[in-house]
Ligand binder design. Structure first.
Ligand SMILES: *Cc1c(COP(=O)(O)O)cnc(C)c1O
Length: 399
């Protein structure tokens, strides 16, 4: 189903959104009631009968999760692994690659800190090199520069679909087409795009994808997803599999599962995973297209209200095809953490995007930090009015 979102109904289903203005869905969103109910019920059941029996009672629902997530991504269930974060998912893929000295990795100018740190560890441990592909004037990966940088020593191109600090969308399909010409794999970080815009892994052609549950998907913390392209399933081994991904088949022998669940670990937070399922089901019910246009409209509405406020500079002006759910700004004379605190006092929840999260992009733009306001479809017009008024007062009190 895909139509127009009934904001009042979604607000009624979102207990957290009524007593303050919540604008941090790019950080950790408010879950719908169905997610909370699912998780709380499971925790109570664990307390009654123990975790094993409680999980066994939900085994059919748990087994259906890869198919549910797969529906969202246009992927087959056997290509989906469930993890405890996007970072775990990303690392499970990256560390499974057979790194050799002299291998090259290309990253984009909006690479996320955690991905960069893990790659820099590979530089030290394995003698690979990590190189940054320049950005175009809009901040996206420059395709001509990428083409020049590619050769057969490039094992991996890491690209962020939508960065954590701005509203742009990287041209993933074009990156994939170029990278595959020289045999490089493409790993897509979809943390800020999942739940905000439609993703189809077959259309994008990526070799791996990582995503988080707690942001635009409105799932619980401690949840993440890994997609591994079918052509890699029998060649990629996780760096450290356990008895979920593998079987101890003889005294000195093991075998690995044939599907992407070889990247999963045996132990996990069952309540959180059921909550993730409820969040994905809620999104599929609303329709991704309806969510995307609603997010875009809310963010545009917030930008309109903020534009022209004294001392305020909006730093992300997404290109016309961007989802733009992230409205990032600075206030003259007020550091981003101070602005966040003043807004919290006024009942408006935002977060700060620190320089260290996307160091290359922030340094290139001379930014130390940004206030990040990220409205979702459950935000009302009144929310946006309140937020803009609070921002105006946050700026003014400093003068
Ligand atoms: C939030 C975020 C991550 C990390 O997700 P976790 O689930 O916290 O590991 C990675 N990349 C981007 C672009 C993000 O915004």
């Amino acid at each position: 189903m895909s139509g127009v979102i009934d904001v009042d109904a979604e607000r009624a289903r979102t207990p957290g959104c009524l007593d303050h203005v919540f604008l941090d869905s790019a950080g950790s969103s408010l879950p719908p009631r169905s997610v909370v109910d699912e998780m709380v019920a499971h925790l109570r059941r664990e307390a009654e009968v123990g975790g094993y029996r409680a999980a066994a009672e939900r085994s059919a629902d748990l087994a259906a999760l890869p198919a549910l997530v797969g529906r969202l991504l246009g992927a087959e269930p056997e290509t989906i692994a469930l993890t405890d974060s996007a970072t775990r998912a990303w690392n499970q893929f990256m560390t499974a690659l057979p790194w050799r000295e002299g291998d090259r990795v290309l990253i984009s100018g909006t690479e996320y800190a955690s991905n960069a740190i893990a790659l820099l560890q590979r530089v030290r441990a394995d003698g690979v090199s990590v190189e940054v592909v320049p950005s175009d004037p809009l901040g996206r990966i420059d395709l001509e520069a990428l083409e020049r940088a590619l050769d057969e020593r490039v094992r991996l191109v890491s690209v962020v679909h939508v960065p954590t600090n701005r509203g742009l969308v990287n041209p993933v399909r074009e990156v994939v087409d170029l990278a595959h010409r020289t045999g490089a794999l493409v790993l897509l970080d979809a943390c800020q795009s999942i739940g905000q815009l439609a993703i189809d892994v077959a259309d994008l052609g990526v070799d791996g994808l990582s995503a988080t549950g707690r942001k635009w998907l409105r799932g619980p913390r401690g949840t993440g997803v890994l997609y591994v392209a079918p052509h890699l399933l029998d060649s990629l081994e996780p760096l450290a599999a356990d008895m979920r991904g593998g079987t101890w088949s003889g005294e000195t022998a093991y075998s690995l599962r044939p599907d992407a669940a070889r990247f999963e670990l045996w132990e996990y937070d069952v309540a959180a995973r059921l909550g993730l399922g409820a969040a994905v089901a809620h999104l599929l019910d609303l329709g991704v297209a309806a969510v995307e246009s609603a997010v875009r409209a809310r963010a545009a509405g917030l930008r309109d209200r903020l534009r022209g406020l004294p001392g305020l500079v909006i730093h992300d002006v997404p290109e016309s095809d961007g989802p733009g759910g992230i409205v990032a700004f600075t206030l003259a004379g007020v550091e981003a953490p101070e602005a966040k605190a003043r807004l919290a006092d006024a009942g408006v929840t935002v977060s700060v995007s620190h320089r260290e999260s996307t160091r290359l992009d922030m340094a290139a733009r001379g930014l130390a930090g940004l206030v990040r306001a990220s409205p979702h479809y459950f935000n009302s017009d009144a929310d946006l009015d309140t937020a803009a008024d609070a921002v105006r007062r946050s700026g003014v009190t400093s003068r």
